[in-house]
Ligand binder design. Structure first.
Ligand code: LLP
Length: 430
């Protein structure tokens, strides 16, 4: 398993930010999500430092669908980031974390009236319009609350980035956004710009997630600028904000070859500046929305080994005390992860195992085939890079309780989300 910054091995045991896995299990419970707070802060700094320009303002929004809870909102808020939110639940969480609501950007392809009203009522000032019915509702709400709302239109650039089918978002048949190749988009923009309580600011584009090809991002930038210019020319409407989304790929396993974030961000800025030079938009700010790349490698999941089993066909399983309920990504995308036996890190990896969970489903696999030391009952098994889209996509399948979340920093640990109790499981049952 790749050891990320902050992971060390002492006495054959894995430590995260100087806290040993045994200590974590002893103080909390197993399974458990563990986040390295220094890692999160350093990654935020990389974004803030490298995505900046003297030609326009830049903003970093944390795409909080990757991992949302009060404490992560407090941390990114303190560091000066904004938030990409996609539901009333994420807005509610941000409000309760005392986030500056004017720094929230509300996305989604089917925001309900209740969600939009909650957003406007609670001071969300930036809404991304996905389709042709939303702008009238938002305008009516803005009037009702006597506000002016800044809006962006989500556009689909048709850029087919190389990633899993389920997480591509800019294909021609995507459910997200409005295609720039559909001529009706110009009348939609005019309609939005004519709404009295809306400030039409520009466009939002997000081409997909877990993308490794820099050129996909650069091509998207070029397309967005060219389209923006065509809008300025055709409609005499100025584009002052461009939100280019997230999607930067990260390392999960040896198959992934991510670019250096700092280098990429610097190149990205240069490409944007170059396009600005060519097209001369009345640009005020350029926004990006990293989710996975900001949080994924900061998080791991700690499990305890139960049994092992060698099947009739010879496949050897390690069973752990969690599985698809806390990490559905193998079941959904055949996502690949790495792990280690965290109390035997330096032992020889001589056994080929498949790590399976405890859920009633054959697809409840965490890692299909990985070489590890011989596993025994009560060994601790840590799966790395589970910081994004694990906790946030967890379920209670089989009525198994959701895991606690612990943050560690320089030898200290603290609970930031309690694990669910059995009572929690029935609290809404009547
Ligand atoms: N902005 C928008 C509008 C998005 O839809 C997303 C992700 C992001 C930003 C952040 O993308 P990121 O930087 O995290 O790649 N559940 C899937 C990922 C779904 C991504 C959805 N949108 C998974 O587990 O891989």
């Amino acid at each position: 398993m790749k050891l990320f910054n902050g992971m060390t091995v002492k006495n054959n045991e894995l430590h995260v930010s100087d806290v040993s896995v045994t200590e974590l299990k002893k103080n909390y419970r197993s399974p458990l999500y563990v986040y390295d707070e220094n890692f999160i802060e350093n990654t935020c700094e990389i974004f803030l430092k490298n995505f900046s320009s003297s030609k326009f303002n830049t903003k970093i929004l944390y795409a909080s669908k990757a991992f949302s809870c009060l404490e992560i909102y407090r941390i990114v808020s303190k560091l000066g980031l904004g938030l990409d939110v996609v539901s009333i639940g994420e807005i509610f969480t941000a409000k309760n974390a005392s986030f500056d609501m004017s720094k929230l950007y509300f996305h989604g392809n089917n925001k309900t009236y209740r969600e939009l009203e909650f957003a406007v009522e609670n001071g969300v000032e930036n809404i991304i319009i996905d389709n042709d019915y939303e702008h009238e509702i938002i305008n009516d709400l803005a009037k009702k609350y006597n506000k002016k709302i800044d809006v962006l239109l989500r556009i689909n650039t048709g850029i087919d980035a190389h990633t899993h089918e389920y997480i591509k978002t800019a294909k021609d048949d995507s459910k997200f956004g409005y295609s720039i190749y559909d001529d009706k988009i110009y009348s939609l923009i005019r309609d939005i710009a004519n709404q009295s309580n809306l400030n039409f600011k520009g466009f939002h584009s997000h081409i997909g997630s877990q993308i490794f090809e820099k050129n996909s991002f650069f091509d998207a930038v070029k397309t967005v600028f060219e389209f923006s210019k065509s809008v300025e020319d055709k409609l005499n409407i100025f584009i002052s904000v461009l939100n280019l989304g997230g999607g930067f790929g990260v390392y999960y396993s040896k198959e992934d070859n991510p670019f250096s974030l700092a280098e990429f961000l610097q190149e990205y800025i240069l490409v944007i500046e170059e396009q600005q030079e060519i097209f001369g938009l009345k640009l005020e700010s350029v926004i990006i929305e990293p989710g996975r790349s900001l949080i994924c490698n900061a998080g791991s999941t700690l499990y305890t080994v139960g049994g092992t089993k060698k099947t009739y066909s010879g496949k050897e399983y390690i069973f752990v005390d969690g599985g698809m309920g806390d990490n559905p990504r193998y079941a959904l995308y055949k996502a690949k992860y790495e792990c280690c036996l965290a109390n035997k890190v330096n032992d020889k990896c001589g056994n080929l195992y498949t790590v399976a969970g405890k859920y009633c489903e054959s697809g409840d696999i965490l890692i299909n085939e990985i070489k590890l030391p011989k596993a025994e009952k009560d060994d601790l098994l840590l799966v790395s890079s589970t910081g994004a889209y694990n906790y946030s996509m967890a379920s209670n399948y089989n009525r198994i309780t959701k895991l606690p979340v612990v943050f560690v920093k320089n030898g200290k640990h603290r609970l930031v989300v309690k694990g669910e109790s059995l009572e929690d499981l029935i609290k809404n049952d009547i």
